[in-house]
Ligand binder design. Structure first.
Ligand SMILES: NC(=O)C1=CN([C@@H]2O[C@H](COP(=O)(O)OP(=O)(O)OC[C@H]3O[C@@H](n4cnc5c(N)ncnc54)[C@H](OP(=O)(O)O)[C@@H]3O)[C@@H](O)[C@H]2O)C=CC1
Ligand SMILES: O=C1O[C@H](COP(=O)(O)O)[C@@H](O)[C@H](O)[C@H]1O
Length: 485
């Protein structure tokens, strides 16, 4: 390879071979049925079906093996469902792939709590399996719950009663559930128990799609494959860590869902921490874990998740003084939001981690909807240089910034000599912007990657039950503050 050239391996080779070797699980083949429950909804059309289409057109879903089923209460024909989602499937230019993909989709309408509907769904899946497996073989059934969490227990019960894979020769049944996983510790535990009575932990994939974002997936590599960071990543060198999520749009008709959960559960608990504050804060806990955790003993999912749990267990209870909540003007104008709603759409809080590495370092989490820009980033701010000899100028701090979106990038802010005859300092950047450095490489959408992981049985980027419990504990204080206000 010439200088300046680089080589991108196919994703399947990149991670999975090493992972499969470590975990000892063999790649699986055979008939695959993917069932999207809540197929009439917002998530299904915006994220789930587009991710499935992208996997299909890149060759990750074999048309000889796969069939996709939509299930929801709304009465629709197969063609009506296809028409609803067609506009969200990107590669409109590749009409052939698009129409072949749409033909793989069938729709079954039924309630979420009646065996009759799920028996019809089971028959549709079985017909597909029989048509694909001329001789009996392993069959794989993936149920994706693109639904409000309130219906998870009944849907899981129906799947267990009516729709499990029947092959004695292998295969599996897996369940993907979306956050928020409950509203507080009690409801999270209750939901976990209800689902846990029906399925093994190895069958349950709790999805937080921020864990599928390229730069979040890069965190372990950055931290543990670079000598640069190893000695600096601690309380001796780091002043604070900021994890920020801003959206420049509001609830847009999702108020019915959002108002019940709020920004803490929507984002902070899930994506940023995966604990339990307004929906936005939920997102942040997982990201925080990746920034703060110790090196796992291997890349095995259980080893990584063990280290994340330790971080969450070390989070100190949040105090009222370190929480600010707000609601954007106009939120209550959304017809799906109650006129007297007090639900926060903005939250900022400080988390403190009581361990040897992080004692005294504030982790500042900020998340908000309908702000003036859209951005998600992790900003590591370093301490000032001791004994600064450039006193004439106020030196900027060193910062390491990981921008998750938009335009994935990471850059280091550092002080250099201003070019010229004078000895003056100036802040500059070492910049790795993905758009420039990896031109022509398409970065997979988070959901693509995570759905592929569920098919491969890799739970590394999903939330384990005990992680969820500790998360809910650590943000429980935040919920309490939100409830007071
Ligand atoms: N939308 C998004 O961008 C994202 C959503 N999520 C998560 O995905 C899940 C689904 O979200 P989303 O698609 O936005 O939600 P929707 O409100 O669009 O609900 C999805 C479907 O569920 C059914 N449904 C809605 N409300 C109820 C109810 N009260 N009881 C029973 N069924 C109901 C409806 O189908 P029908 O009436 O036809 O049965 C609806 O089409 C949530 O857990 C959310 O947190 C996660 C990340 C992003
Ligand atoms: O889970 C959610 O995430 C989206 C933001 O996802 P992004 O990948 O587009 O950044 C957020 O809008 C939504 O409220 C929340 O439920």
């Amino acid at each position: 390879m010439g200088s300046g050239e680089w080589h991108v391996e196919k994703r399947s080779t990149l991670r999975n071979d090493s992972f499969v070797k470590e975990s000892g699980s063999a790649p699986e083949t055979g008939c695959l049925s993917i069932v999207v429950l809540g197929a009439s909804g917002d998530l299904a059309k915006k994220k789930t079906f587009p991710a499935l289409f992208n996997l299909y057109r890149q060759g990750f879903l074999n048309p000889d093996e796969v069939h996709i089923f939509g299930y929801a209460r709304t009465k629709l024909s197969d063609e009506e469902l296809r028409d609803r989602i067609r506009g969200y499937l990107v590669d409109q230019k590749n009409a052939d792939a698009l129409s072949k993909f749409l033909q793989l989709i069938k729709y079954v309408s039924g309630p979420y709590d009646s065996e009759e509907g799920f028996q019809r769904l089971d028959r549709a899946i079985s017909e597909h399996e029989i048509s694909k497996n001329s001789s009996e073989g392993s069959s794989r059934r993936l149920f994706y719950l693109a639904l409000p969490p309130s219906v998870y227990p009944s849907v899981c019960k129906m799947i267990k009663t009516c729709c499990m894979n029947k092959s004695d020769l292998g295969g599996w049944t897996r369940i993907v559930v979306e956050k928020p996983f409950g509203k507080d510790l009690d409801s999270a535990e209750q939901l976990s128990s209800q689902i846990g009575e029906l399925f093994d932990e190895s069958q349950i994939y709790r999805i937080d799609h921020y864990l599928g974002k390229e730069l979040v997936q890069n965190m372990l590599v950055l931290r543990f494959a670079n000598r640069f960071f190893l000695p600096l990543w601690n309380r001796d060198n780091i002043e604070n860590v900021q994890i920020v999520f801003r959206e420049d749009f509001g609830t847009e008709g999702r108020g019915g869902y959002f108002d019940e959960y709020g920004i803490i559960r929507d984002i902070i608990q899930n994506h940023l921490l995966q604990a339990s504050i307004p929906d936005i804060i939920f997102i942040y806990l997982q990201v925080l874990c990746l920034v703060a955790m110790e090196k796992p003993i291997s890349l095995k999912p259980e080893h990584i998740r063990d280290e994340k749990v330790k971080v969450l267990q070390s989070v100190v209870p949040i105090t009222d003084e370190e929480v600010v909540l707000g609601q954007y003007e106009g939120y209550r104008d959304d017809p799906t939001v109650p006129d007297d709603s007090n639900t926060p759409t903005f939250a900022t809080t400080i988390l403190r981690i009581h361990n040897e590495r992080w004692e005294g370092v504030p982790f500042i989490l900020k998340a908000g909807k309908a702000l003036n820009s859209r951005k998600a980033e992790i900003r590591i701010q370093f301490k000032d240089v001791p004994g600064d000899i450039f006193r004439c100028q106020k030196q900027g701090r060193n910062e390491f910034v990981i921008r998750l979106q938009p335009s994935e990038a990471m850059y280091m802010k550092l002080t250099v000599k201003q070019p010229g005859l004078e000895m003056q300092t100036v802040q500059s950047e070492l910049d790795l912007s993905y758009g420039q450095r990896y031109q022509g490489v398409s970065i997979p959408e988070a959901y693509e990657r995570l759905i592929l992981d569920t098919i491969k049985g890799d739970q590394q980027h999903f939330v384990r039950r005990d992680e969820l419990k500790v998360e809910s504990c650590c943000v429980g204080d935040l919920y309490a503050v939100a409830a007071q206000d």
